[in-house]
Design a protein around this ligand. Structure first.
Ligand code: NDP
Ligand code: MG
Length: 386
């Protein structure tokens, strides 16, 4: 990065990761220049962000008129707009912080154009990790993970060939110390009350079911080319150790820090440099005093086995896992099903699905659509709706 400003676009600047990335960039304003900011439907916030950060391009799913008259950025629209931004080689790096499958195609476009990626969007790797990582390697494009666990591992690894296993930490979410019965009768607001992290709704529910950790196991497999057998999950309620690796000689290297997404976001968009940036306070072991670890309860949180199985099966199995889970989460958020139904529905969809071994991007989207339809039908037919 040196003295030159790094040119960055943020896909999903109005979301939880997107807003925090702008806080980081505001602190490091002399080091970044914003090429583009994008939203889904929150055009009001996008207008405010455009006024403040003066990007060259803004993009949303709403009509271009709704963004007119704010700042004189070029107004783009929809998925084509996202892909146009990712084809713009002015960008040094693109932060992909949209939620859902919408992140996949723009990420591939950025790779095609040789643009480095700070990747928050999980679905990109869960749906198409084989293709994305292969293309990134061929194009010599860096994919720097924003997700705190993968960002931690990225910081720990020097030589992947000498790593014996990955140890991914999980806070355990709001139901860690609740019984299965309490989990079964949980309300939407109880499931949204995450004890450590303030995130978008979908990922917060995934954190309550531990499906988030399941998706992270799959992400880790692709990012670090590590077999599933060598990827462990450990519950660590304080969220101070963000993940660790064990080397073949028994040495364990962990990355620690206060639980704030600002740190991994900053790491990813500044990589390989580091700056003081937004750091709020210094880390103190004595203030933290204790760090707890325990084995995850695979019976109480079936998402972990579902994810390990999908990952080991490979091919389109993870597409199915992701689509079925997401539709079930949406149904739960609408209060149509119970929290535990998410597992049951996802498992049923996984059983029904015959995995395709190496699906193309088009096949991935077809399968994704098909599974979503089936999942919604299943929710209706099986009288999940209360
Ligand atoms: P949010 O729901 O808070 O934000 C999502 C962003 O994507 C918003 O800017 C939203 O726009 C935009 N968006 C949503 N749908 C579309 C669409 N169809 N077209 C264009 N833009 C769209 O999510 P998070 O910030 O929590 O998460 C983003 C991604 O990062 C997810 O994949 C998540 O799993 C991952 N992640 C998040 C973490 C966190 O701490 N939040 C941690 C690790 C990973 P609008 O505001 O207009 O709706
Ligand atoms: Mg995470």
């Amino acid at each position: 990065m040196d003295n030159k400003k790094r040119k960055i676009s943020i896909l999903g600047s109005t979301g939880s990761i997107g807003r925090q990335s702008l806080e980081v960039i505001e602190k490091l304003h002399d080091r970044f220049e914003i090429v583009a900011l994008t939203a889904g439907s929150n055009t009001e916030l996008l207008r405010e962000q455009a006024e403040r950060f003066k990007p060259k391009y803004i993009c949303s799913n709403s009509s271009p008129e709704s963004l007119k008259g704010s700042h004189n950025a070029k107004i783009l629209q929809g998925n084509e707009g996202l892909e146009e931004i990712c084809s713009n080689r002015e960008n040094d790096i693109i932060l992909v912080a949209v939620s859902g499958k919408i992140g996949l195609k723009p990420t591939l476009k950025a790779i095609e154009n040789g643009i480095d990626i700070a990747l928050a969007n999980k679905e990109t790797l869960v749906m198409a990790g084989d293709i994305v990582m292969k293309k990134a390697k061929e194009a010599n494009v860096n994919i720097i993970p924003v997700d705190s666990e993968h960002c931690a591992i990225h910081q720990c690894i020097k030589d992947i060939s000498q790593v014996e296993k990955l140890i991914i930490t999980a806070s355990g979410g709001p139901f860690l110390n609740k019984t299965v019965e309490e989990m079964k009768s949980a309300t939407v607001s109880q499931a949204l009350a995450h004890p450590r992290w303030n995130m978008g709704q979908k990922i917060t529910i995934d954190s309550a079911t531990l499906m988030n950790k399941g998706l992270e196991i799959i992400e880790a497999h692709h990012l670090f080319n590590m077999p599933y057998e060598k990827t462990d999950v450990v519950i660590h309620p304080q969220s101070i150790v963000h993940s660790a690796i064990e080397y073949v000689d028994g040495s364990v290297i962990a990355q620690l820090g206060l639980p704030s997404m600002h740190i991994p976001i900053q790491y990813a968009i500044c990589y390989p440099q580091r700056f003081e940036g937004i750091k709020s306070k210094s880390f103190s072991f004595s203030e933290i005093a204790r760090l707890d670890f325990e084995k995850p309860d695979f019976d109480k949180f079936p998402a972990l086995n579902l994810a390990y199985n999908a990952g080991k099966t490979g091919g389109s199995a993870t597409v199915c896992l992701n689509a079925a889970n997401e539709e079930a989460v949406f149904a739960f958020l609408k209060d149509e099903i119970k929290l535990y139904d998410i597992y049951e529905i996802t498992e049923k969809m996984m059983e029904k699905h015959t995995p395709v071994k190496s699906p193309s991007i088009d096949e991935i989207f077809e399968i994704d659509n098909e599974i979503r339809l089936l999942t919604r039908e299943n929710i209706k037919q099986r009288n999940f709706i209360k």
